[in-house]
Design a binder for this molecule. Sequence first.
Ligand code: NAD
Length: 518
Amino acid sequence: MLRIVLSRTLPRISGISNCQYSAAAIPVPSAQPEVHYNKLFINNQWQDAVSKRSFPTINPATGEVICQVAEADKADVDKAVKAAREAFRFGSPWRRMDASDRGLLLSRLADAIERDTAYLAELETLDNGKPYAVSYSVDVPMVVKCLRYYAGWADKWEGKTIPIDGDFFCYTRHEPIGVCGQIIPWNFPLLMQAWKLGPALATGNTVVMKVAEQTPLTALYVASLIKEVGFPPGVVNILPGMGPSAGSAIASHMDVDKVAFTGSTEVGHLIQQASGSSNLKKVTLELGGKSPNIIMSDANMAEAVEQSHFALFFNQGQCCCAGSRTYVQDTIYDEFMERSVERAKSRVVGDPFNMKTEQGPQVDEEQFKKILGYISSGKREGAKLMCGGGVAADRGYFIQPTIFGDVQDGMTIAREEIFGPVMQILKFKTLEEVVERANDTKYGLAAAVFTKDIDKAHYISSGLRAGTVWINCYDVFGAQAPFGGYKYSGNGRELGEYGLDNYTEVKTVTIKVPQKNS
Ligand code: NAD
């Protein structure tokens, strides 16, 4: 059954397709993994918050407290930045380390994470609510691949020699930016940590990372592995804490050289403003989306239905790139709707530690209520509720897989990021019309088109204002390929070679020579 569930749920996640995961290959999880680390990780030491404050982290499947976690504040951010600055000092062990050895440390970190896959997957599921089968076979393997990918780059990120005019020798160096603040969300706690650490460490920076208050546990365990594999003290500092206190202290810190943020567009604005009113630190943002997923009448119906289901419902709908505006050509609209509703009704919602579960709880009560609010607004504004629409369990934050039909472009559910298991299906007639409507959004993170006609696919893909376009597939990610947004969906790119640019200063060095020869 699990093989069926996984092959239906995760048919195209790059890197997963090659792994032969099956129920037999996934160890039976413990639903109560022991929590080993709940303090701040600064300078390779576990520390209480200066304020001695802590906050509870909650199991979203039950609403119960898992444990208390130290709560970083401005004073702790200052300590962590100081440690990161010292680790970045000219002549420090980290600065003098061979680039190949930085790569080796990242490789060893990947190995240690891979060794502890089952435990990390259990902890991720406990804290976030995503199904264990997914944590085990998607999140953790993608973390390992990301770190290995960037480990390989450490000694290959080269500058250039440049033939400038005159008797000079000119070259560029790719240097680390310095102390990087990194603020990550709760929807893919481990993976977002890896996306941020990989390029930052490969290029020789030091890091102060604030993890999401909803899901601090796996990042802290990874911190213990960072120490275990031998990263020097201060190179990576991990702080659980709240956004408006710890997060904001990083964003406005005068001694942080760069900040990388993933989360809501609303907070993205604040991060950019904080840079502008502090030290103009470099800012990269990976923000929200309202991604169009276009189904042309000639698409393979079964594939389009399954992939569109996956595009929206994967990870409880909590994906920044979720295909949350499904545009279906009028001639196939009814059949697509009928089959999508049938698929949504068959989605297995429940205990995330059960191997058959496809959908666990939403991450917390706030998101749960927010999503139910969007469902009410869909009904109120005249969309047609085709299935779901309510709470799926009597405890925890479970929501029924929900589909709205007859959705109009101006409705709130067609314009705002819901971040939950709520699918909007919209009808269109012509290709030109759908490209225009697809682009009529402030966001530009991702998009997809399903068609057997490659000319149509190219035409649509070149017209879409989005950082990623998938053709006849969805959510295909590889550490090698860049990801990021147009418009309000952010700036800069993560992953791939492009991801290194955002962690690099380019230094031009020009040397007078007696006589140049070509
Ligand atoms: P958020 O943007 O508030 O939180 C993301 C991270 O930013 C967390 O670590 C948080 O503590 C931190 N943060 C919050 N306020 C901050 C501030 N003033 N300064 C610095 N850091 C701050 O997101 P959320 O409240 O957890 O979720 C709200 C909505 O954001 C979701 O419904 C969803 O639409 C969107 N979201 C998007 C992503 C994504 O991957 N792009 C991830 C999570 C949430």
